[in-house]
Design a protein. Structure first.
Length: 480
């Protein structure tokens, strides 16, 4: 046991997202989101599934709160379904009181149970109507106004009870997976006709820009109309992995490591803290990357009360000598799981992209802290799938030692970052409370500390990790 520690009032708990757990897609007035329509397209989801039922959490809020209590969680990060609150999405569309009431009750029940709610306004499930009506996130003018309106409706409805707000979850995923690779809703793979230069791959950068401006607009609204009265804080959640050079003796690989982080994280982080995109991105993307107007800089720069950090793993990075492909979104480099000497960055999991490497967590949070002048961090997701978990017997699944070790490693690394590197971190939400709909991977991949028996009446079975996390935090959080 190290002598590292986390601060006395450290807030820890679990994270989920509406489309991944709620089900009940057409109940109480909810309309389709882009994920409802996307999952209906054959071949998009590995097991042909959807979030139609998911964990049925819409009907099982009490069970979920009981699970949180059982784990000893102090906080719960969940996302609101925009399509429940404003089913058609837009600023002139009706607000659905039933949708609001569902979440009011949920927030009240959480607080009664002594669990601090942390709300994500947008975890990818855009009302489908906005996508159809005007192209959704591609249409900056309309999208920003509609998101800002939706955010205001939420601040009004929940602001007196909720003190921790996240505007967007992982804008990188909405932009790249939704508009470049097409692996996520709405499944677009760039549109040649939109490009200034007549090449492809312009859409993801336009979408990223819209998301940043919409984030800035919602933060401005919160600060001007609610903050004084409600006293909460608001930020954006960015995802990103740590990078190690494939060949540490090759300066080009070392440089590519930084470039990879800039393309993945600083794409959004730099505008929020500095009011501009990273030079490496401008250099590679030219005028396919939008410019900020002075008004936009004023909106976006300084718009984080805290940095929401989603982090899972690390990679080895090898630079490329060739000219960047027009569709490249990583910074003209290769992402690898082994280094020059054939050493693996971490063990395999059920997710091809996820190789645990706890030290990378400490290094990345320190790196971000240095770059952005020591902001306050909330870790808003961290967790792992487990290779072959879905094929094991229930008894074996419930003994998820691999996941317990993952949390021990990562939470220990976080305590080191706090105690030894001086990083200001106030909270940590493990991904996830429950096994759930893992987007394009469907239900094959499980991330929960609770096993959900999808065909056995949705019964919840806490795994060993559900009991372990609290013990880990107990060791690190200062008593006084
Ligand atoms: C995210 C994702 C989660 C995923 C998790 C595991 O915010 O990255 O939002 O929804 O389920 O990351 O892949």
């Amino acid at each position: 046991m190290s002598d590292s520690y986390l601060p006395k009032d450290f807030l820890w708990g679990f994270a989920t997202a509406s489309y991944q757990i709620e089900g009940a897609p057409h109940e109480d007035g909810r309309a389709d989101s882009i994920w409802d329509t996307f999952t209906r397209i054959p071949g998009k989801i590995a097991d042909g599934s959807s979030g139609d039922v998911a964990c049925d959490s819409y009907h099982r809020t009490d069970e979920d709160i009981a699970l949180l209590k059982q784990c000893g969680a102090k906080a719960y990060r969940f996302s609101l379904s925009w399509s429940r609150i404003i089913p058609l999405g837009g600023r002139n569309d009706p607000v659905n009181e039933k949708g609001i009431q569902h979440y009011v009750k949920f927030v009240d029940n959480l607080r009664e149970a002594g669990i601090e709610p942390m709300i994500t306004l947008f975890h990818w499930d855009l009302p489908d109507n906005l996508h159809k009506r005007y192209g959704g996130m591609l249409n900056k003018e309309e999208f920003v106004k509609d998101f800002e309106n939706y955010a205001r409706v939420c601040f009004k409805a929940f602001g007196d009870k909720v003190k921790l707000w996240i505007t967007f979850n992982e804008p990188w995923c909405s932009s790249i997976l939704g508009y470049s690779t097409g692996l996520f809703a709405p499944g677009r793979t760039s549109d040649r006709s939109k490009s200034a230069e007549g090449d492809s791959s312009t859409e993801p950068w336009i979408v990223g820009h819209s998301l940043l401006i919409a984030h800035g607009a919602a933060v401005k609204t919160y600060r001007e109309e609610f903050k004084e009265k409600d006293g909460g804080i608001i930020g954006i959640t960015l995802n990103g992995d740590w990078t190690e050079p494939w060949d540490p003796n090759d300066p080009a690989d070392v440089e590519a490591c930084t470039r990879k982080i800039e393309f993945a994280i600083c794409w959004f982080g730099d505008p929020v803290y500095f009011g501009k995109y990273p030079d490496s991105m401008r250099k590679q993307l030219g005028n396919r990357l939008p410019e900020f107007t002075p008004e936009e800089v004023a909106l976006v720069k300084g718009s984080n009360d805290f940095y929401g950090m989603n982090h899972y793993c690390a990679n080895y990075i090898k630079h490329k000598d060739t000219e960047p492909d027009v569709n490249d979104f990583v910074g003209n480099l290769e992402i690898l799981y082994h280094n020059k000497d054939g050493e693996a960055i971490g063990p395999e999991t059920q997710s091809v992209w996820l190789r645990p490497h706890p030290l990378g967590f400490r290094k990345l949070i320190k790196w971000l802290s240095d770059r952005y002048g020591g902001p306050t961090f909330y870790v808003t997701e961290n967790g792992t799938s487990l290779k072959g978990e879905n094929d094991k017997s229930l008894e074996e699944i419930l003994e998820d030692d691999f996941r317990c070790e993952y949390f021990k490693g990562y939470i220990g690394a976080l305590a080191d970052a706090h105690a030894k590197d001086g990083v200001d971190v106030r909270g940590y939400m493990a991904w996830s409370l429950l096994d759930n709909f893992e987007w394009a991977e469907g239900y094959e991949t499980r991330f929960g500390v609770t096993y959900v028996d999808y065909t056995g009446g949705q019964k919840r079975h806490p795994k060993k990790s559900a009991r372990t996390i609290g013990k880990i935090f107990d060791q690190y959080i200062k008593k006084e």
